[in-house]
Every structure is written in structure tokens, then in C-alpha cells.
Write a new protein. Structure first.
Length: 335
């Protein structure tokens, strides 16, 4: 008996392929094959084996539930953006050890519209898993190991509107792969290897695209697309007056949610996130009467100060989409 030259891993897919070809010849519609005519029982047996092979193939495909469980085990978060509008997957808080292999679980979810891989350990090789996510609209790749290699897979993301490549190793070669993304509206390439010439070429190909090259994105919040159909707030966060910012508790980790800040005071105020280490981080200014939609997490603390950094009050975020109303403030005695 001749020994097989294939390993066990190679033999199984080869056997399945051969089985499928033979079964197709035997049971396909059309004239009866000589083998079927000569041995109907053999034909029926091969047909049954084809059904079994098909079921094995389907069993090998991960279910959505299994994919979500695997993502969460890796520290990622999965949530519905809104009913029928796809999912948001985020690894940037507790999934920073994510590697290229883990992206296979994301690829199993075909309705992902927002993916945040900021500060994870992925490289350009992992982008091959993302090419099939053609519904993806917002993609964070900042401060990852991404370089030019693998960026050709981004060209398949035809619905992409926002792409963040801040702090990566890309060059003009990567920009060339983006020229066909007609829906792309905003691109961050600060602290990369792109040149003026490469940016100019991309701007010519995509004249409506805004390319940001000189802003410290570490001080900016996660992007909340203005086109997103924001859910109606289900609760109002409690305003907690405070005179000393040191009295505000540091943020705790929680579930992803949204807060809509409303400035009902007559003063310009600052919206400040208190980090998990207790450090204040400015996220934006809010004019009198203005609103701000802020992506955040339950148990996060948000401090509101005046334009001179004097503490006015703070909010603690809950699990539901909420409204955070900044009430009228008395004018300071010594401005």
C-alpha cells in the first residue's frame, strides 16, 4: 500500500473537493451518466456523501454568536448601532492585545459598519480579513503596526467614509489604494510617511475628501459620524455641581453608549473627560445653546468647566443613551 504524500490537514480539504466533483458529475441535472446508469446505488451513495460534506463545510463556518463571543473574549465590544443599521466593533479600550489572527472573528460579522482597532497589535497582514466588510463606514487604525503592505485590501471598502491612519507607517503607496473610495469624507494621516505629493494626488482623485495632517488625535474624541441616526435619549444624567475638579471621581470602564451634551448656560464651557487614571482630558468647547454628541462608556465621568478651567459640575454616564444638560451658571464675581 502506497503511503499518502499529503498531511492530514491537506487530505481533508482535498478529499472534500474530490467528493464534491464526483458527486456533481453523478447527480447533476441532465443526461444520465454512464456510471449512474451502471450503478444507481453507487450514485445515490455519493449523493448522500455530498450532502454530508456540505454539512461539514457549513459546520466549519463560525456562527455570528460564536464570532461575537470570540471578540468579547479578546476584549472587544460589539453593539448594534441601531436596529437594522449594522454593528459597531471596538477593541481600543480592553482589546489592545488583539493581533491579526483575531480579525478573522470580525470578518465573520458581515454587517459591521464601524470598527475601532486603535492602539491594537495588528499589522498590515491583518487587513486581508477586512476586505469582505464592504458595509464598513468608519475605520480606526491609528497607532497600530499598519504599513503599506496589506493596504490594497482597503480598496474593497467601497462604503468607507472615515479612515484614521494617524501614527502608522504608511507612505504614498498606501494612499494610492484609496483613490477609488468615492464615499471617503475624512482621512487622518498625521505622523505617517506620506508626502505633499502623495496627498495632492489623492486630493485630485477625491476632491471632496478632507485630509488631516497636523492635529494631535490623542487629544480628540472617538469620531461620532454626523450622518448616524442617533437614538433618542432615554434618560437625563444628573448634574452634580462641583467647585474643585479634584473631587470628580475618575472614570470606570463600562459599556459603549452615547451622551448628548446641551449647554443651556449663557457661557462658553469646556467638556472634559476624566480618564481612568484620573487625569482631565479636554474633548471640546461648547458654545451657549450648543449641543455635542459624544461617544463614551457607562461609568465614565465628564467634567464641565468654564473657559478659565474653573470647575462647574460633572456627570456620571449610565448605560443608556442620555442627555446631559448643563444648567444656567451664575456669572463669576471676578472674571
Amino acid at each position: 500500500m502506497t503511503a499518502s504524500v499529503f498531511s492530514a490537514g491537506e487530505a481533508i480539504p482535498r478529499a472534500r473537493a474530490a467528493l464534491a466533483v464526483l458527486a456533481a458529475l453523478l447527480v447533476a441535472p441532465g443526461p444520465i451518466s454512464p456510471l449512474r446508469a451502471a450503478d444507481p446505488a453507487a450514485a445515490d451513495r455519493v449523493a448522500a456523501e455530498r450532502i454530508v460534506a456540505d454539512r461539514i463545510e457549513k459546520a466549519d463556518e463560525p456562527s455570528e454568536e460564536a464570532a461575537v463571543a470570540a471578540i468579547e473574549k479578546l476584549g472587544g465590544k460589539v453593539r448594534r448601532v441601531r436596529k437594522g443599521a449594522g454593528r459597531e466593533v471596538a477593541f481600543h479600550l480592553r482589546g489592545r492585545k488583539l493581533t491579526d489572527a483575531g480579525l478573522a472573528h470580525v470578518a465573520a460579522l458581515k454587517d459591521v459598519v464601524s470598527l475601532n482597532l486603535r492602539d491594537t497589535s495588528i499589522t498590515g497582514a491583518g487587513l486581508s480579513h477586512l476586505g469582505g466588510l464592504t458595509g464598513l463606514r468608519w475605520l480606526h487604525l491609528e497607532r497600530t503596526g499598519i504599513g503599506d503592505e496589506g493596504t490594497e485590501h482597503l480598496a474593497r471598502l467601497v462604503n468607507l467614509e472615515y479612515l484614521n491612519l494617524y501614527g502608522t507607517k504608511i507612505t504614498d503607496r498606501a494612499l494610492a489604494h484609496l483613490e477609488g473610495l468615492k464615499k471617503l469624507k475624512r482621512l487622518y494621516v498625521w505622523k505617517t510617511g506620506v508626502t505633499d505629493a502623495g496627498v495632492a494626488r489623492l486630493e485630485k482623485a477625491l476632491p471632496k475628501l478632507k485630509i488631516v495632517r497636523g492635529v494631535d488625535l490623542a487629544t480628540l474624541p472617538d469620531y461620532v459620524p454626523p450622518e448616524l441616526d442617533i437614538p433618542v435619549p432615554k434618560e437625563d444624567l444628573k448634574w452634580l455641581p462641583v467647585a474643585d475638579a479634584r473631587e470628580v471621581p475618575k472614570s470606570q470602564t463600562g459599556l459603549n453608549t452615547l451622551v448628548i451634551f446641551q449647554n443651556k448656560s449663557s457661557r462658553l464651557v469646556k467638556v472634559v473627560w476624566i480618564s481612568y487614571g484620573g487625569e482631565p482630558k479636554l474633548y471640546g468647547l461648547l458654545e451657549p445653546g450648543a449641543t455635542r454628541e459624544q461617544n463614551t462608556y457607562s461609568r465614565n465621568a465628564w467634567l464641565i468647566t468654564d473657559n478659565n478651567d474653573r470647575a462647574l459640575g460633572y456627570f456620571i454616564v449610565g448605560t443608556e443613551v442620555a442627555r446631559a444638560v448643563i444648567p444656567p451658571q451664575p456669572e463669576p464675581e471676578n472674571e
